[in-house]
Design a protein around this ligand. Structure first.
Ligand code: NAI
Length: 315
């Protein structure tokens, strides 16, 4: 159990999720937001969510919901947030100018021991930290939604991020029970979105060429590949799929992989190809109407809790 202080900037969806993860591990958490009303809402939601998770038997950590909630405080003063913080997790909206402005404010206030990690899903850390005095204390720690149930965190350093900051963030994430991966250097899309977009591109092509319906293309993942990948990554899956392991797998299937890959064609333009987009939207809305999205998300999260428990046993 730790009594170190963690600062969180932005008390929206992701800021609140981080607050719960840190409090579960016994850290003192302070949430900062520009909107006082947002902080008041965040506290109400956190109180409700922690107690609901406790009732469901899904609360993380070894202390009760009320004790976890008591570890969470709020402030609307950035200079109070930065005081004595070992780590600050930034969770403001995905707008580069907004992030830049915030990081230059933080640059003035950061104490020596503090690492600032951005939750950004798209901005490489060099984009907002370049030119700042304390840029070696800044990096990305990108979670996946919902972070409470999905343990992956991508740690992405800028070229100038200190190795100590990277290591400390990794250790911190492990202390929460999250499962970090550390990129050796920054790259657009990090790792998750690079892989996710490769899948989305091919799914798009299969639907737009009329080969599969939306429901069927999604079944390929949800009833097929996804079941394996929920347990193992693609390389270990390949390793198990040939008698002589992964080397044997690529010897046997490498030719086929190259031949199929050569037929993928252009990267789809998912913004401009309105016709395919309208068709995908139409079919998706037949599966889940827009009014039912919240309900469907809630069901997914409920089953993610079960899956997370099962995965712990697997590991
Ligand atoms: P959100 O819109 O739910 O929350 C943003 C919060 O930041 C709001 O409470 C807002 O009042 C506050 N805020 C705005 N400007 C501020 C400032 N200058 N200083 C302090 N607080 C400020 O956004 P969400 O979804 O929580 O996203 C936050 C970050 O997390 C983004 O960078 C996003 O890319 C990343 N992320 C989001 C995921 C998602 O599924 N929503 C998943 C992974 C990462």
């Amino acid at each position: 159990m730790s009594s170190q202080k963690i600062g969180i900037v932005g008390s929206g969806l992701i800021g609140r999720a981080w607050a719960m993860l840190f409090a579960a591990a016994g850290y003192r958490v302070q949430l900062y937001d520009i909107l006082e009303s947002q902080l008041a809402t965040a506290l109400q939601e956190l109180d409700k969510d922690l107690h609901r998770l406790e009732e469901q038997g899904a609360l993380r950590g070894n202390i009760r919901a009320s004790e976890q909630f008591a570890l969470i405080g709020v402030t609307t003063r950035l200079e109070e947030l930065t005081r004595e913080a070992v780590h600050i997790q930034e969770c403001v909206p995905e707008v580069l100018q907004l992030k830049k402005r915030l990081y230059s404010q933080l640059d003035e206030l950061l104490e020596e021991q503090t690492v600032v990690a951005s939750s950004t899903s798209t901005f490489m850390p060099s984009l907002y930290s370049e030119g700042l005095q304390k840029k070696q204390q800044m990096l990305v720690a990108h979670p996946l939604n919902p972070p409470y149930f999905i343990p992956l965190v991508e740690i992405v350093p800028a070229p100038w991020t200190s190795p100590t900051a990277v290591e400390r963030t990794r250790d911190l994430m492990l202390s929460l029970g999250q499962r970090p991966v550390t990129l050796k250097r920054e790259i657009q899309g990090f790792a998750t979105n690079r892989i996710q977009y490769a899948i989305l591109n091919e799914v798009w092509r299969l639907v737009s060429s009329g080969i599969l319906s939306v429901a069927d293309v999604d079944r390929v993942l949800s009833q097929g590949l996804g079941l394996r990948y929920a347990l193992l990554g693609s390389l270990e899956t390949a390793h198990l799929n040939a008698p002589g392991g992964v080397a044997d797998y690529f010897q046997r299937f490498g030719g086929e992989i190259s031949a199929v890959s050569a037929t993928y064609g252009e990267t789809p333009n998912t913004q401009e190809d309105r016709e395919t987009l309208a068709e995908i939207a139409r079919q998706c809305e037949q599966l889940v109407s827009l009014e039912k999205l919240d309900e469907r998300r809630a069901v997914r999260d409920e089953f993610l809790i079960q899956l997370a428990k099962l995965k712990k046993q697997f590991e």
